[in-house]
Design a protein around this ligand. Structure first.
Ligand code: PMP
Length: 381
């Protein structure tokens, strides 16, 4: 079986498993305990936090370790709205955010907050003119993903950050998909809050972090003990945190750039194979070097997502119909709907193929020839 669903999750790297195993065997102490065992665990935590902070040019005390990006997004959005409701009730986001952003925003709308969902074009990109028109004196938060998990489009984070420097609104970005591929410097970008998840970069599931700039004063989402300097209660998951740091060590700036280039080549390889075989298809979004190149979304006219995905699965290839979080439901992708309209056949005839650190050109060649066979067979029926 060949795994091409790395936007859903990635396999853990051997160095990550080694780091986690070491923690599970040796440093089982509670990092809050003051005895030797606790101090050992706390040392691991401190080292990991330093690694995580350095990866985005932040200070260690600005990193709050969470159970993943869902918790980081919920914390950033709910707690900012509640902390700042007296300053305004307006929030700006995009139509193509992950559900862990859209659902908290829907809850806030129920509470009386006003949310602007910026539309996207057929490349999955927002327009800064729309953003400028939406921003007003009532805006207290902008939450905009760095890169999309279904089509790989990238948002103009730096430009929005610049626009917000003299505005009261705090700026949150969900960098879950972008973090393993793009160089991120929170100071240069002008973001106040940033979410990351370890399992998208060959780390373990169930751990991530929320970066909080010094100006951000929000209450914890999880209340209880005084862990994470009172910002997130709960006994720290030291093995997972050590694994997270080990995963981050693997994605050096040079490695990120190399992966971007490699994945861009994989897209071209698939496009070339389908074109050579005269298979009708279209890319959802665009293919350009600066996008998140690990995500490739293809429209296969006349072939249902379900049929293509199931046939690929039987042939030994794992792809997805969209975001894994909604894969169980029959709801069409809100991302493709925002890009092409609910009536477009693309919303029910597309697959997402996503590459990872271990994907090879031979995997891609085998995938492309299986896809060509399947699409040809389906179109005959
Ligand atoms: N945001 C984006 C863009 C994602 O792709 C995901 C993972 N599907 C999440 C948030 C949620 O991350 P986690 O699985 O760590 O909760």
């Amino acid at each position: 079986h060949i795994y091409l669903d790395n936007a859903a999750t990635t396999p853990m790297a051997p160095a990550v498993i080694d780091a986690m195993t070491a923690q599970m065997q040796a440093d089982f102490g509670n990092a809050s305990s003051t005895h030797w065992f606790g101090r050992q665990a706390h040392t691991v935590l401190d080292l990991a936090r330093t690694t995580l902070a350095a990866s985005i040019n932040a200070k260690p005390e600005q990193i709050v370790i969470t159970s993943g990006a869902t918790e980081a997004n919920n914390t950033a959005i709910m707690q900012t709205a509640h902390a700042r409701a007296s300053l305004g009730k307006h929030i700006i986001t995009t139509a193509i955010e992950h559900l862990s952003v859209l659902k908290p925003l829907a809850a806030l709308e129920q509470e009386g907050f006003r949310v602007t969902y910026l539309p996207v074009n057929d490349a999955g990109e927002i327009s800064l003119a729309d953003f400028d028109a939406a921003l007003d004196d009532d805006t207290i938060l902008v939450t905009m993903m760095m890169g999309n998990n279904e089509v790989g489009s990238v948002m103009p984070i730096q430009a929005v950050g610049e626009r917000l420097r003299k505005h009261q609104a705090w700026f949150h970005t969900d960098a879950t998909q972008a973090y393993g591929l793009l160089a991120i410097d929170v100071a240069a970008l002008g973001v106040d809050l940033l979410s990351v998840s370890a399992h998208k970069l060959n780390g373990p599931k169930g751990v991530g972090f929320l970066y909080r700039g010094d100006a951000v004063t929000i209450a914890p989402l999880l209340r209880g003990g005084e862990q994470e300097t009172k910002r997130r209660a709960g006994t720290e998951n030291i093995p997972a945190i050590a694994g997270f740091a080990a995963a981050v060590d693997l994605v050096t700036p040079a490695e990120k750039a190399a992966r971007q280039a490699k994945y861009f080549g994989f897209k071209q390889q698939i496009i070339d194979a389908l074109t050579a075989a005269n298979v009708e298809f279209a890319v959802n979004g665009t293919v350009k070097p600066g996008n998140l190149n690990h995500v490739f979304n293809l429209w296969l006219p006349g072939c249902s997502t379900y049929a293509v995905q199931t046939n690929l699965d039987l042939a030994g290839f794992a792809v997805s119909g969209g975001s894994a979080c909604t894969a169980g439901s029959l709801e069409p992708s809100h991302v493709l709907t925002a890009m092409y309209g609910a009536d477009s056949p693309r919303v029910s005839e597309s697959i997402r193929v996503s590459f990872g650190a271990t994907t090879t050109s031979a995997d891609i060649a085998a995938f492309a020839s299986a896809l060509i066979k399947i699409v040809t067979k389906l179109r005959k029926h």
